[in-house]
Design a protein. Structure first.
Ligand SMILES: C[S@@+](CC[C@H](N)C(=O)[O-])C[C@H]1O[C@@H](n2cnc3c(N)ncnc32)[C@H](O)[C@@H]1O
Length: 286
């Protein structure tokens, strides 16, 4: 019997079998990309067809546990010498899901003042975010990954304004009849920088906490909802669930990563308690 709000040291295919049909609201995950990364134990260099077959089996099992109106957010990247990987993976998922949205996780972007015209807040050229620079005459540095949003029927209603952005031009709020607040649809390019470089030393391929958080909020927060991450790594999805106050469950085959994940959760909970108690002292002192 699996319990909620735990991460299990287990192969996800075995773990998934213990989850009931249609019991999961949201799946957010990032599988190994098969690009030869140096994980602690996992070998990231399967023959391509074996890799795709393996992920397709996991996709099918995830479909079984996902609710009818659930969302599956799959983060996959490639490498400059092999940009087909995420697209090949998406094609395997196509056999089982509708592709409801594609989001582009932007790790770094440069914007030149001359290209944006008269934006009050942009006063010069800017470059924001970080990426691993590539030393090649053929390829540019890779500053982006995909987040495929798969659903069972392609018609899941989303809480777009939960991750909405403020209107730059406030006159638009009055102009559009349907607009009720100062927020609009963010669109499908998501700039999400890493918060610290520390985590990247503990695991070669994490996503920032903002990524699962955006996905879960976009699907819509509901009382008692359950989020699954079959490839937990160092627990970023679990942390985002704790922040959002939703249930999580997940699997990881590397005990060392799982230990880091559990430590991150303990540290986070202690920090949060500290923050809450400081807040309450401030409240008392007026
Ligand atoms: C891209 S990483 C996920 C990182 C995670 N999103 C984070 O932010 O920490 C993929 C993880 O899948 C794990 N993994 C590989 N095969 C697995 C399997 N069969 N079951 C569960 N975990 C597996 C690897 O050890 C690795 O930590």
């Amino acid at each position: 019997m699996l319990e909620l709000n735990k991460m299990y040291f287990e192969d996800c295919l075995i773990g998934l079998k213990k989850i009931k049909n249609e019991s999961i609201d949201v799946i957010v995950t990032s599988p190994p990309y098969n690009i030869g990364l140096k994980y602690n134990g996992y070998k990231d260099n399967k023959p391509r067809e074996d890799y795709l077959d393996w992920l397709e089996t996991i996709a099918k099992e995830c479909k079984r546990v996902l609710k009818k109106g659930g969302s599956f957010f799959l983060n996959v990247g490639g490498k400059p010498s092999d940009y087909w990987i995420p697209l090949d993976v998406a094609m395997r998922f196509r056999n089982h899901y509708e592709l409801q949205n594609i989001f582009h996780w932007i790790k770094s972007i440069s914007i030149e003042k001359k290209d944006v015209g008269n934006y009050r807040n942009i006063i010069g050229d800017i470059t924001v975010g970080h990426y691993k620079p590539i030393n090649s005459k053929r390829f540019l540095s890779d500053c982006h990954e995909y987040i495929f949003h798969f659903t069972k029927e392609g018609n899941v209603e989303l809480d777009k304004l939960a991750i909405g952005v403020k209107y730059q031009d406030k006159s638009n709020i009055k102009r559009w009849k349907s607009t009720k607040s100062d927020l609009k649809d963010r669109g499908n390019t998501w700039f999400i920088p890493y918060e610290t470089i520390q985590e990247s030393r503990l695991h070669p391929s994490t996503f920032p906490i903002g990524l699962p958080k955006k996905c879960i909020k976009l699907h819509g927060l509901k009382e008692g909802m359950v989020v699954l991450d079959p490839f937990m790594g160092i627990g970023t999805t679990a942390l985002s669930c704790i922040e959002l106050n939703v249930n999580y469950i997940g699997f990881e085959i590397d005990q060392k990563y799982l230990q880091v994940a559990n430590e991150r959760i303990i540290n986070y909970s202690q920090e949060r308690k500290k923050y809450l108690s400081i807040k309450s002292i401030d409240d008392f002192n007026g």
